[in-house]
Every structure is written in C-alpha cells, then in structure tokens.
Design a protein around this ligand. Structure first.
Ligand code: SF4
Ligand code: SF3
Length: 549
C-alpha cells in the first residue's frame, strides 16, 4: 500500500485508494495532504486550550479553514503550496503554544504529539506516511473521525467563501477548532463521536446560512434567469469553481477590454445574481460539469481561471497549461497562480486578461440555454402558487436531486430518474449534479419549471428552507410528511457537509448515490441507516416507484 484515501465517492472499489488516487492524486501529494491535516489538528488542539482560557484568534480559524479547503478532492495539486501550508500552520501552532504555556505556567504538563512534533520540510512527505487516515486503528472510530473531518472540510470551504465577502461567524470558527481537535481526543467514545457527526451537520447549516447571506447581501438575490450556452466572437476567459468574489473582481477588471467572461461548472449560478448581470461582457455558461473540463477547456481556446475545486489533472494531449490559472486555495503544478489580495485591494487579474487578448475566441459547443436562479426567497415569493399546485394535484411530488456530478458511468442513473419522473414531479437541484439533466427539455407545470436550480452546492441550504417553509404552509408537524423525496448525488466533501446538514435538519429516508460513502464503516453505516433511513440509490424505475408509493 503506497497511500490511503477514502474521502470521495470515486474511491477505489468504494474501499480506498491505496496505490494512486482514482482522481490522479499521487502517494507523495497524499502524504503531504495527510501531514497538513495532522498539523491542523495540532493548531486546533492549542486553539481549544486557548479558548478555554478565554483567548480566541478568529484569524487562526481562517488559516485552518483555508488549509482544510486545500485538502478537498480536486482542489490543490501543487505540492509546493501544500508544503508552504504545513510550514505556516506549524509555525502558527508553535507561536500559539508558546502563548498557551505562558498562560498555563505550572499547570502545563503534557501536550499531545500533534502539538510537539517537529519535522523539516525535506522530511514532510516521509512523516506524512505515519499520520494518515489509517493511524486510527479502530475502524469505527476512524470512520467517525473522518466523517467529522470531511464535514468540516465542507464547512471550511463555505466559511472561507463567506469570509472573503466579509462575513464570518465566531460560533462556526470555534466549531472548526473544536471539531478538528475532537478527532484526536482519545477519551471520546463512538457514541460521543456520533453526536459530533450530527453537530457537524448543525454547523454545516449555520455556515450555509452565513454564505447565503453573504452572497445575497453582496450580490443581490438570484433571479430566475435564462443563461446562454453559445459563444461570442471575442476571446474569452472561462471561470470555474465557487468563489464569487474572484468572479466579481475579474468582471470589473476585464470590462471594456474586448474580452468576454464565461462561467463553467459550479460557477454557472453567477449568471443568476443581479450584481453580475449588469456587465455586458458577461456572456453566459460554457461546457458542462467539472469532469468534462479536459475537452471543454481545450475547446475554449482562451484562459481558464480555477477559483476552487474541481481541477482534473491535464492529460499529455491537453495543451492548455499555458493558459491555465489558479487562485485562492487551488493550485496545479505549472499553472499560473494569481496571488491573494492585499488588504484593501483587489486581486490582480491583469495577467489572465492580457493572456485572453492573445487567444482565439471559444469554439462553440452548443447553442441552447439553461434556466436557473431559484433561491428560496424567489420560490417563497410564489409560495401561494406552489401550494395551490400541490393542493390541486398539479404537482404530486418534489424530488431534491442536489449534489455533485462525477465520472462514474453509473451516474447516468440521475439522468434517467429526471427523464422518467412523472410529469407532475418537480426537481429541486443545486450543485454540479444538475448537469445530468438541466439541459433536458423537461417543461413546466403551470409556469413553474420542472427543474428549479437554486445554485451552487452550498445553495442546497435554499432547498432545505423551501422544504421547511412548505411544511409550515401545509401546517404539517413533520417535514417528512411533505410530498418530498431526496435523491442526492455526492462526490466530494462539501457534499458530506450538505448531507450532514440535511440529517441534522431532520430529513429522513434520504437516498444517496451512486454509492454510500466508503468511509462509513459497516457499524457506523448501520447506525446512520437505522436512525435516519439513509439509503443507497438502486435503479431509476425502482427508486421512482418507491418515491411515489
Ligand atoms: Fe481516491 Fe477520492 Fe482520495 Fe482521490 S480524493 S485519492 S479518488 S478517495
Ligand atoms: Fe461539483 Fe466538484 Fe461537488 Fe460544489 S465542482 S459540487 S463536485
């Protein structure tokens, strides 16, 4: 075994990647990422001890959130950036530890290994081999700890986005510290860790609510929008990932430069925000979900800006490395990395704009449209119409099909479900899972589109709010009495945060696929299945029949 990773849905045999990641992750990168998480645990431990003494550094939470965000599947492939993260986190850990020792004085006797180890950068990779996932021997404890860590990775990603817009929450920040520190606490039982898994869901709800507020207060409430999929005659810049602040600054800096801006994959929902619509050179969306990027980026001809995951490693025949840009928590060896913004200033996107001017316009892939922009505030503004449609029988069921897309052929299931659902069913979606059906002509029910796209994966929060408000509108005690089913596609760790959020909110009988998470041990899976009725998807016909039974 050269490495071990089982954090995503595509993990080898649904057990773990042990030689090389199915995603392409090398053992070397895996060990560095493992060490970066280990370093973060040390910082979290010291932070929690300081919290107990009334000392709190919110900026340390941002360091942790950024560091954890970098470890999400397909976020960062650049070993140099991970080495820098480890060095910085260890230095911060030591600085805070010195302060803690000062405060504790005689009281301070023992520190766990995560706080005391020292390692030189040239030994990081070797050291990382000892501190990975399998360092926890008991498979159930390991499963619970990793579920908490993956959920917190998702929380960190969303928390970091909100932070970039000037929105932060002390309770979320402190939970990130406490949650990560809990994963090295040997005194916690399986039962206590299970409680923490659900608590992670509680904080996933809080951070998604925070990010929803950050996005809508900064850029306005997303509006129902018809997004163009064709191309213009100008050279373009293609923006992927989830970071709206990057998108805004690029739009501002590229205005009037003869360059058009396009969204890709999870950046599609930028089209729905009023603040971005006013830019005439914002052309529309190009291509499909993340795993199509090798072809999409090749055909685009112009530069690509990756603001977050998912980055797919380039193949030998891909020629776009010289027009491939990363920023924020993403990185890719050989790509041009746009540095962080300095206080009070924007990021400098001049290099990518200059590159675009030397490129050919994009090759047209298609020429249709996508409709989306159904934030909960918009849907609730027509709540009377929706309730009436349910009461009259025009809408028989809502099916939440949010989440991630992925490469596995078995994911055709989600297209099939969308196609085969009875015409009186409405699909509520968010995240890049939507690309499996958003371009299908599924029609509408009395003017209500049959696919309501709320936005990015974090906007799954909007779908949960819609469900909870419908529960009120129908005067129901239990949200599970609504004509509502969940058929969730998952891939990376933000989807884990979303799933835990839904469980925390009390939604039962959620179906996820194409597999149950490989990181759930049989015992842990049984606890979750028994308590929440969590199920794995089967085949489209049987699952639809079960939803409508
Ligand atoms: Fe395997 Fe997924 Fe980990 Fe990549 S992120 S190494 S595919 S489990
Ligand atoms: Fe997609 Fe990577 Fe998860 Fe934000 S872009 S949903 S997989």
């Amino acid at each position: 075994m050269s490495m071990f990773c089982y954090q995503c849905q595509e993990t080898s045999r649904n057990i773990g990647c042990t030689m090389r990641g199915v995603c392409g992750k090398s053992p070397e990168l895996c060990h560095l990422l493992d060490l970066s998480i280990h370093a973060m645990k040390g910082l979290a431990y010291v932070s929690v001890q300081l919290l107990k003494k009334g000392v709190y550094y919110p900026e340390d939470a941002l360091v942790m959130m950024g560091g954890l965000f970098r470890t999400i599947t397909n976020a960062n492939w650049d070993e140099a950036q991970i080495i820098e993260t480890i060095t910085n986190v260890l230095a911060l850990r030591d600085k805070r530890k010195a302060e803690l020792c000062n405060i504790m004085g005689e009281e301070c006797k023992t520190c766990p290994e995560v706080v005391t180890f020292t390692v030189k950068p040239e030994d990081y990779e070797e050291f990382g081999k000892q501190v990975g996932v399998l360092a926890t021997e008991n498979e159930d404890i390991r499963s619970l700890r990793e579920t908490i860590i993956y959920g917190i990775k998702g929380i960190s990603a969303y928390g970091e986005h909100a932070w970039m817009l000037g929105f932060t929450s002390d309770e979320v920040n402190k939970f990130v510290m406490e949650g990560i520190a809990a994963t090295i606490d040997e005194s916690l039982s399986a039962e206590q860790l299970t409680g923490l898994v659900i608590k992670t869901g509680e904080y996933a709800v809080k951070v998604m609510e925070l990010l929803d507020r950050a996005n809508t207060e900064t850029y306005g409430v997303p509006e129902p929008t018809v997004v163009q999929l064709g191309v213009s005659k100008n050279p373009g810049i293609l923006v992927s990932g989830h970071d709206l602040k990057d998108f805004e600054e690029l739009l501002q800096q590229s205005e009037g430069q003869g360059v058009d801006i396009y969204t890709h994959s999870e950046m599609l929902p930028a089209n729905y925000y009023p603040a971005f619509k006013k830019f005439k050179h914002f052309h529309g969306n190009y291509g499909s979900s993340w795993w199509h990027q090798l072809e999409d980026f090749e055909n685009f001809n112009g530069p690509i800006l990756m603001t977050t995951n998912c980055i797919v490693p380039l193949r030998k025949e891909n020629t776009y490395l010289d027009r491939f840009f990363t920023t924020g928590m993403t990185g890719y060896p050989g790509a041009i990395h746009i540095p962080e913004r300095q206080p009070g200033k924007q990021k400098d996107f001049s290099a990518i704009i200059a590159k675009a001017k030397t490129c050919q316009p994009p090759k047209e892939l298609e020429n249709g449209t996508i409709t989306g922009g159904f934030n909960y505030r918009t849907v609730l503004s027509i709540a009377d119409k929706v309730v009436e449609a349910v009461k009259s029988g025009a809408i028989k069921r809502f099916v939440v099909m949010a989440g991630c897309d992925g490469r596995m052929p078995s994911r055709k299931y989600f297209t099939e479900v969308a196609e085969k659902l009875p015409k009186d069913a409405v699909i509520l979606t968010a995240g890049c899972a939507k690309y499996r059906y958003i371009k299908l002509p599924l029609g509408d029910i009395g003017g209500i589109p049959r696919v309501l796209d709320a936005g990015q994966c974090n906007d799954s929060y909007s779908l949960a709010v819609i469900a909870l408000k419908l529960k009120e509108a129908f005067g129901l005690e239990d949200v599970n009495k609504l004509p509502l089913s969940f058929d969730i596609a998952w891939y990376e760790q933000k989807a884990v945060a979303v799933l835990l959020a839904l469980l925390y909110l009390g939604f039962k009988n959620i179906q996820i696929g194409p597999t149950l998470p490989g990181f759930l041990s049989p015992n842990v899976a049984k606890v979750i299945v028994d308590a929440f009725g969590l199920k794995q998807t089967t085949d489209a016909d049987s699952d639809i029949a079960a939803m409508f039974a």
